[in-house]
Ligand binder design. Sequence first.
Ligand code: 2YH
Length: 272
Amino acid sequence: MTRLREEDIYDVGANLSYYDRQLIHKVGTNLAGIAAHALGKTPGDFVAIHDTALIGVIPVTCGQGIIGGFSTTVQKIIEFLGFTAFVTATNDVSGLAEAVKKGARIIFLADDNDFVAINLVNGQVSDNGEATGRGYAAALDLMSGGVQGKNVLVIGAGPVGAGAAAFMTAQGARVLVHDIDTEKVEKMRQVLPGIEVAKELHAALTECKLVVEATPAAATIDKKYIDQDILISAPGIPLGIDQESCVLVSERLIHDVLEIGVATMLFTVLSE
Ligand code: 2YH
């Protein structure tokens, strides 16, 4: 699981409006639209609760400790979506108590293994991995004009890949999943029997022009597959294509470090 570095996130907050416009250009809707689509909803479904859902972000010191700017970046993404959020002045258990005392209805917190949003009122919990996969799959669905009946390749059978595969299967796509660890794909198939195991990545990339790259590895997609038809939704950090490919596919590439995942987590815990 990739741990974000301070330099990965330092400019996310300041660039949210720019990123939102890029998403509209590529996908046809913005961050809120993508996150809402991941839940089968529209951004309008969440507007009425903008003022009532106070959100607390709690820095967590255990393990490798606090990532400079992580909590404030999560706060800024939530505020960009129109909600009220604060970062607690204290950390860990004190931070949790502080968030509840200040009236938080939803909390966000992350350690080295998990990043979750919890709705303290309705008990909903959203995992960043699953939500990120679903959000990126929703973006690819919108960018492609709908995945129903189309071939989709999901590279990476971790929690992010599983979230993406589940969304794509529900949308009626033919979903192929590849992972260097084939046992992980077999395990995913027990939960999602509709998916197909793609043993050979190169054969799968020849067959599929809609790709979710959900691995923590760099350059998983060889440049020879980057043609004018390929659409890539890439939650994986680092990005799974090289810089040259990145330039070639930039108009048909979705990639960020936190934005789609956090937005989808928020809308997930706000959905009944
Ligand atoms: O980045 C991470 C983990 N790799 C989990 C990601 C799950 N997809 N955790 C963030 C740690 C944040 C830190 N504890 C803080 O600043 O509070």
